[in-house]
Design a protein around this ligand. Sequence first.
Ligand SMILES: N[C@@H](CCC(=O)N[C@@H](CS)C(=O)NCC(=O)O)C(=O)O
Length: 228
Amino acid sequence: MQLHLTETAMPEFTLISHVLCPYVQRAVITLAEKNVRFARIDIDLGAKPEWFKALSPLGKTPVLRVDNAAVFESSVILEYLEDTQPSPLHPVDALERARHRAWIEFASAGLNDIAGLYNAPDEATFMTKARALADKFTWAEGQLGDGPYFTGGPFSLVDAAFGPVFRYFDVFDDIGDFGVFASTPKVKAWRKALSARASVQQAVAIDYPQRLQAFLKARGSHMSRLMR
Ligand SMILES: N[C@@H](CCC(=O)N[C@@H](CS)C(=O)NCC(=O)O)C(=O)O
């Protein structure tokens, strides 16, 4: 009887997603690290379904449906999962938690720079964005110890947020060396450790690199031209 009650009390999770979205990936990684079962629905953000527009106040992925409620904003989804699911990925100490939340925000700022990089219309703008990213990774370098992860040993939500940031560079590296990691050896090692983590690897489909390449080529940007 007790087991039956526990089972029926489990909420049903559906993650409304997009195949390339890095914010979706951080939620998928967190769900995997916490061993939470969920359904995933990938939508076309270029032609948003009516049901999605009705569900998502900002019209953005990810949205986590929890039974009939919709949780939006990836960092809020991460915090909700941390509050309700096993296998903690935040430190216990309040100040450390605050630091981790701040570095998740920092990862989001890095994602904005990455969008700026692949959308840059000309070389000058492109180089400015590459430098902004190099500066961000220099800041990250100062936070890292001996690794392999952000805090050293245990995988954290900060790692879940940075896995998708680094994944872009697996495709960018085939386009050129933009010097983004030139003076950050610890970040390079962190990137490598995250790319070997099963939850990070499995957050995207097998054809992700080809899909990202097609997306980048179609931007009409400086990076698109470098790809020809
Ligand atoms: N701050 C949001 C950002 C999410 C976001 O920008 N999602 C993009 C896809 S990666 C999106 O849905 N864009 C569609 C749009 O803005 O119309 C979060 O952390 O969840």
